[in-house]
Design a protein around this ligand. Structure first.
Ligand code: PEP
Ligand code: MN
Length: 340
């Protein structure tokens, strides 16, 4: 089994191309990562029949690796250095802590303008807000859809802040992608393979949220679907899993996942303490816990009037509580050697 071919940094372009051509001639696709130390060729497809002897004697090849897991492009074996994702004026990387904030759903122009202005002044770098909302009950508010996207477009232009918003279906990727700087795939859609492939075919960064019943390895395999299609700008998000205690929390924020993911994958890892707890007063302590666990950023629900919110009001921070949280996590980020 050969999933990864590692080539010497001195290997010539011809040597690298020869390996790529050989892999392709055998009926596989390749993904190439050129580093300063070595060039790595990832083989896409069912690689169980491939043997080391096929490649090991080719000029420039140092080593071949077989990966028994369900994912390879997302793994540290394929890429040992952290992936950085660049948006206009925002870097998601190991030197920054990126805070994303905004309401669960886009409800009105006024709500989005007020929120965007406030959170930006507090130091948040990206605005969240759903136009297409996946709801547990089909009778709940399911978002303003195209009208919501229009509002996002206006806010983005006049406040100059990048936007993350959810895409629910493959056929909506194009229209949502016209405004989104990051496409959000929600927990309920983590296993939606056609959607994962559709966002894999565009260049826009994607935040993939962990399904509430998904294992960490399933999350990584779902991310692999996106990378396999060519989009390697993927952020993983831990947003809480379902356990037996529903009395005090909506979900159980699995912070074990953060260091596990940081070790297993090169992709940035975010935490959503809003859905992860489901309770406004738990968002502050669990945000700090997430940063201590090694998260690269947070995504937090904030609403100008949470008691009137059309979705997730009980877990949304007021402006006042968001400002307090931002003031409290700034010293944390300094301790961690990251800037907000
Ligand atoms: C959301 O971010 O509002 C949302 C629906 O999140 P999740 O998919 O994690 O439930
Ligand atoms: Mn929500």
């Amino acid at each position: 089994m050969v999933d990864i071919i590692i080539m010497n940094r001195d290997a010539s372009e011809e040597n690298v191309n020869a390996v790529i051509q050989k892999v392709k001639a055998l009926g596989y696709d390749v993904v190439v990562a050129k580093g300063t130390e070595k060039t790595i060729i990832g083989i896409i497809g069912d690689t169980r029949e491939l043997s080391e002897e096929t490649f090991i004697s080719m000029p420039g090849v140092i080593e071949t690796i077989g990966i028994l897991k369900g994912y390879k492009l997302v793994s540290r074996e394929f890429k040992s250095t952290d992936t950085s994702i660049y948006l206009k004026n925002v870097s998601i990387d190991s030197k920054h802590l990126v805070i994303i904030a905004g309401p669960c759903s886009i409800e009105s122009r006024q709500q989005m303008f007020a929120t965007a202005t406030f959170i930006k002044n507090c130091g948040a770098k990206i605005l969240r807000g759903g136009a297409y909302k996946p709801r547990t009950s089909p009778y709940s508010f399911s978002g303003l859809k195209k009208e919501g996207l229009e509002i996002l477009k206006e806010v983005k232009q006049s406040i100059d802040i990048p936007i993350i918003t959810e895409v629910l279906a493959p056929e909506d990727v194009e229209i949502v992608g016209e405004v989104a700087d990051i496409l959000q795939i929600g927990a309920r859609n983590m296993y939606n393979y056609p959607l994962l492939e559709a966002v894999g075919k565009v260049k826009i960064p994607v935040m993939l949220k962990r399904g509430f019943q998904a294992t960490i390895s399933e999350l990584l395999s779902c991310a692999e679907y996106i990378l396999k299609e060519g989009n390697s700008n993927v952020i993983l998000c831990e947003r809480g899993i379902r356990t037996f205690d529903t009395q005090f929390t909506r979900n159980c924020l699995d912070l074990n996942a953060v260091p596990v993911l940081k070790k297993e994958t090169h992709l940035p890892v975010f935490v959503d303490p809003s859905h992860g707890t489901g309770k406004r007063d738990l968002v502050n302590p669990m945000s700090k816990a997430a940063l201590a666990a090694g998260a690269d950023g947070l995504i937090i629900e904030v609403h100008p009037e949470p008691e009137k919110a059309l979705s997730d009001g009980f877990q949304s921070l007021t402006f006042e509580l968001f400002e307090k949280l931002m003031n409290e996590i700034k010293p944390f980020s300094a301790l961690l050697g990251r800037s907000i």
